[in-house]
Design a protein. Sequence first.
Length: 405
Amino acid sequence: MSSDPSFPPSQIIQFGRRRGPPRACILDHKPHVRSFLAAMLDEIGFATRECGAAELKTILNEFVPDLVVLGPLNGAAEVGLMLQSLKFAGFFGRVMLFGGRNSMALMEMQELGERVGLGMLPPLGTPFHDSALRENVSAFLPIVPAPDIAVDAEQAMENGWLEMWYQPKIDPHSLRTQGAEAIVRVRHPSWGLMSPSHFSTGPSDPYLRRFSQFVIMRTLSDCMSIASETNPLHISVNLPVSALGDMAFIDDVLDAIPEHACKRSLQIELRCADIVGDMLHIRRVAAQLAFRNIGICIDDIGNEGASLAGRADLPVIEMKVGRRYVHGVADDRLKQAVCSQIITTARNSGARVVAEGVDSQADYMAVRSLGFDLVQGNLFGGPMELRKFERTVNGIRGQPARGVN
């Protein structure tokens, strides 16, 4: 087996040498397998690229990966050629093979990689779960965390750093994905994915309107690419009330929504405290949004929920009970009573009611018995990027274990 003399040496950086997330290149002939592995590595904190065998040379020179994840390709001969090419290119990162569990060919290729002097991680036998992948790369974690700094909204938008991630909302009886909460993420070039706690736009931020429009339009685009006539999705986005204070802005957003988007269901989540504080304004906003089948959701209902009791005319289509009253509800009668009161209020208003923060089997069984329409929480999956969410929508989620064959 000979190396490829056309492969120029590459200045590959090892794990831990770069201030920021490590980079992984997933090399396999099957696009769906590459996408699955990329999504799992993204969750751990890697920056990823996917490629076929013919693209490896370009990826090594332009992306400079720290980890190459190498699949079975077209057989052992091609895998061996890729290993030889990596060695000739001066690759000093790590290589992880994956393939059939206990496969003789996988073991032989592992031995070849070690023999030519590549930094080989333990092979990943399929089928596998995400815990096995995390364990394989654990020696190179934790990844340098993002600094505690605020990312300027204008800078993030101008540089295309913004992404929308989605946390599923599950029917507690069928366990089917019925919707999701859209959550903004920043993919910083140096620090990788950053949660909303690292960036924000305040009421006085001149870019609030533009930021809000980005969130709505990207969410609608994603929603229309996933949902179908037989499986519509209810997707909600979080916005401050101040973003909806200007009716001209609302009209601009509505005008930009394609007509066929009316068949999909978009919700805007507003904090319960904001809704209670100015119900008259919320009614006006709700009427404007209803023309395009956009509803309002009350988010994080907590102590303020008592002031909603007895109202049968709330201008909302969904009410979400906050984590503080859902976490541990299985063993707390007071939390059960609060949840029951909010469910009754939702029923009187014709609104769905969601339990937010369902992280255990016991709490799941409790909220299902109480009569919640949807559940959301880590038991059924945390926020996930679009590709992974699309796979979740196309399947049925029960327990949170994930794997690939």
